[in-house]
Write a protein that binds this ligand. Sequence first.
Ligand code: CTP
Length: 453
Amino acid sequence: MTKVITYGTFDLFHEGHYRLLQRAKELGDYLIVGVTTEAYDKARGKLNVVDPLVTRIENVKRTGFADEIIVEESEGQKFNDIKRLGIDIFTVGSDWTGVFDYLKDYCKVVYLERTKNISSTMLREKNSRIQRIGIIGTGRIAGRFIPEAKLVSGVSTQGVYNPHRESAECFARRWEIDAYGNLEDFFSAVDVVYIASPHETHYTYCKEALEHGKHVLCEKPMVLRQAQADELFQCAKERDLILFEGIKTAYCPGFQKLLGIACSGSIGSIRNVEACFTKLESPDSRELTDRRWGGSFTELGSYCMLPILKLFGKEYTNIRFDSINGENGLDLFTKVSLRYPTGMATATCGLGVKSDGRLLIAGTRGYIVAEAPWWKTAYFEVHHEDPGKVQKYSEVFLGDGLRYEICDFLSMINGREHNSFKLTRSDSVTLAGMMEQFLEQSGRQTEEGGITL
Ligand code: CTP
């Protein structure tokens, strides 16, 4: 009996899949089909898979070609399956030609010609209208956003706005997109807006974008006053628009896994969270020279507060800010200490002081530690009393990680889902309140808390 195996996602099952399975079956007597899990697809950078695993398996089953269906969960599984199941032929479509030649030592490898003009990607794009993204701001983060957005199907970057038209043009030339120096023209050319301008401009741009009917993905910190966050979310809700704060850590798979384990009881009840993120900036950088809005807490506080809010919530009984300031009064190093009814937490941010950037979560039965860069969570450990028993967890974190938030933002738009459990509106409102409190305590007024464009 000749045993054949093939693998795929089989999302939005189409003719190409059917023909592939038909021909795979004809190669032998017994066909095994491996269908990928959502987690594995995410890990290999395939975002936005529409059908859940059960539907995809059901669709493969319905063809009648598969004698057996297995689930593909991880890289390296193919080799083991081939050995374990006694496979004679491995086959996939010609889009993979050469990729699986390494399996030739163990079985025959056949690349079947791919059916032309059809793919799950094409169907996904057809089913949901492509969202044209407009970027406000031309700084570093805006440049990182574009290659990440290219990896998410269903969006395309249309153009960039900067009130200094030359900056917009220079950025647009580099990324082959359109440049706008006029906000009205910009808004009429895009469906969604990514705001990556300086902090203090976020509120006004968010408001303008929402009032023009655009969904908004805004870089952190979204705003620097609690009332502004409330107002913007209300404005978005009234217009059935998505307003989304881009703290990329919140959306990355490793951080989700870490939160899941921290809350699973494996370290008992959580009593202490310490999150630290420091990076040394040049003294003449915007972050260290903008006397009103710069400094370490406005820059990095969102990252450090995130695990604290996710694990302890917003019902803290006490909050205290301590900073070491530079000559211009900006905080080079800030420690936020929070007291909760059943625990305590510290967020430490530095732009002019370097420390060990780690996330430590201590519980009644053990602790979790994620070393820097924990904000791009790819690895963490769970420790207990016995130092010999350490559980190690890893999760993929691809590129700059912005693709995960873009993907979630898009899913929210397509599903008209207003709140994401990964970063709730209430989380964003609380974060804005903390920014406000910090700025007030450090003697920086926030009455306006924004600028007039
Ligand atoms: N396949 C094919 N012809 C197509 C599309 C897919 O022969 N037009 C084959 C692939 O080569 C693979 C299998 O079907 O062997 C499952 O592919 P999968 O990646 O699930 O489908 P795609 O449509 O290629 O998905 P995507 O667009 O998400 O990459």
